[in-house]
Design a protein around this ligand. Structure first.
Ligand code: CTP
Length: 400
């Protein structure tokens, strides 16, 4: 199950504390949890314990603008393989059944396009109530999987159905849901991401605006399809996606070495914004404002190795599918086609970087392969990554 991730929504019931045990059990199975703790849930468990166990930031309030800037609620709801509501309280299920979206948990449930599993826990009379029966039926009709609660003595002193199922049973249900076809299982993918840094002296460097988000999203999407992924990354502010092996590098030359060390691979996706040039000389000491002759030091540049072209032209260990990106500001298709030829890669994803693509959350691309091209309209980088992973999976399925 390595590389899988769930969005766990923790509702406000006494069983909320058991969600901590669930996070641990899933993590032992290689399943990462990103959590939304509802306001009522936070009355039973603290955000600190949830984040300590999940190893990730915990999301709480729809109107937390900092979170919105980092990751919109739409993105949050879609960047998982499965959404799990545990415990699913009578109130949370009622609101979800009606399609209300008054807080982050219900908004995520309404916005998600991934399967949803609800694990109810409530008092026996609440579970048996006609309103709850109706809501469960409605949710099931909407495609939500609602587990049957366990029967037994409850925290409130009553006896009957309504108890949260045993953690192992929940983990088993989650694993089953996640075990969809792993189309890239057994394949190794190398992805480069982020900028490179080319030192001028010990404290200065040449670099660019790349945030690494598109490359990281692609690494994550390929891992979700079951590929073993090595992410060779320039300096960025992002955590490694679950189940992905990250190799940190700084310069273009280090990046090429990192990629070559990770070979052999079936897939190479070159997303990094590799600096085309580096200072011809990198000084051992900090350069002074004026050099010995009293002049501003000159900036002499030399060309960096082209990682994509090097991989495309390898005689030994050329990955079966080599994919490049083309960052263009005008005549996008013509320049991208020329780049495909020049670099010798199999597919190229062309994007117009004249706007806010570099460093932004969205992208719009043209996938060029052979004679044809497909236009992928503007969408979140994670969505485009999933689309690419889908195309790659289909390519290998066809080739078999
Ligand atoms: N690339 C690379 N090594 C380099 C430069 C670019 O691997 N030294 C890869 C990028 O990761 C991308 C593709 O080549 O997949 C195209 O990068 P881009 O910056 O669009 O093109 P350049 O080769 O730099 O050409 P130009 O700047 O003239 O557009």
């Amino acid at each position: 199950m390595d590389g899988k991730r769930i969005l766990l929504i923790i509702g406000g019931g006494i069983a909320a504390y058991k969600s901590l045990e669930l996070i641990r059990t899933l993590s032992k199975r290689g399943i990462a949890s990103r959590c939304i703790l509802t306001r009522a849930g936070a009355e039973f468990v603290t955000p600190l314990s949830v984040s300590a166990l999940s190893g990730e930031k915990v999301f709480g309030d729809l109107f937390d603008l900092t979170d919105e800037a980092e990751m919109g609620h739409i993105e949050l709801s879609r960047s998982s393989d499965l959404v799990v509501v545990c415990p699913a309280t009578a109130d949370l299920m009622a609101r979800a059944a009606q399609g209300l979206a008054g807080d982050l948990a219900t908004t995520a449930l309404l916005a998600t396009d991934t399967p949803v599993l609800m694990v109810p826990a409530m008092n026996v009379r609440m579970w048996d109530h006609a309103a709850t029966r109706r809501n469960v039926e409605r949710l099931r009709a909407d495609g939500v999987t609602v587990m049957e609660p366990d029967e037994g003595a409850m925290a409130c002193g009553e006896f009957g159905p309504g108890r949260l199922p045993e953690i192992d049973r929940i983990a088993e249900a989650i694993t089953t849901q996640l075990a969809r076809s792993q189309r890239l299982s057994g394949r190794h993918a190398i992805v480069t991401a982020g900028p490179t840094r080319e030192p001028l002296d010990p404290v200065r460097y040449l670099s660019n605006q790349s945030s690494g988000r598109q490359g990281y999203a692609i690494a994550e999407a390929l891992a979700r399809e079951g590929a073993q992924v090595t992410l060779v990354s320039g300096p960025v502010m992002l955590p490694a996606p679950p189940g992905v092996t990250r190799v940190d590098v700084e310069t273009a030359r280090d990046m090429l070495a990192g990629v070559e060390a990770a070979l052999p691979a079936d897939i190479f996706v070159s997303v990094a914004a590799v600096a085309d040039w580096r200072p011809a000389r990198s000084a051992d000491r900090k350069l002074k404002l004026k050099d010995e002759a009293g002049e501003t030091p000159p900036l002499n540049l030399t060309e960096n190795p082209d990682i994509l072209a090097t991989l495309s032209r390898k005689r030994k260990h050329r990955p079966e599918l080599v994919i490049g990106f083309a960052a263009e500001t005008h005549d996008v298709e013509a320049h991208a086609r020329a780049k495909l030829e020049r670099k010798g890669c199999d597919w190229i994803l062309a994007n117009d970087v004249s706007g806010d693509v570099m460093g932004g959350g969205e992208n719009e691309v043209l996938l060029i392969r052979g004679e044809g091209s497909d236009h992928w309209p503007r969408a979140g980088k994670a969505e485009l990554a999933r689309k690419l992973a889908d195309e790659v999976s289909e390519h290998f399925a066809r080739a078999q």
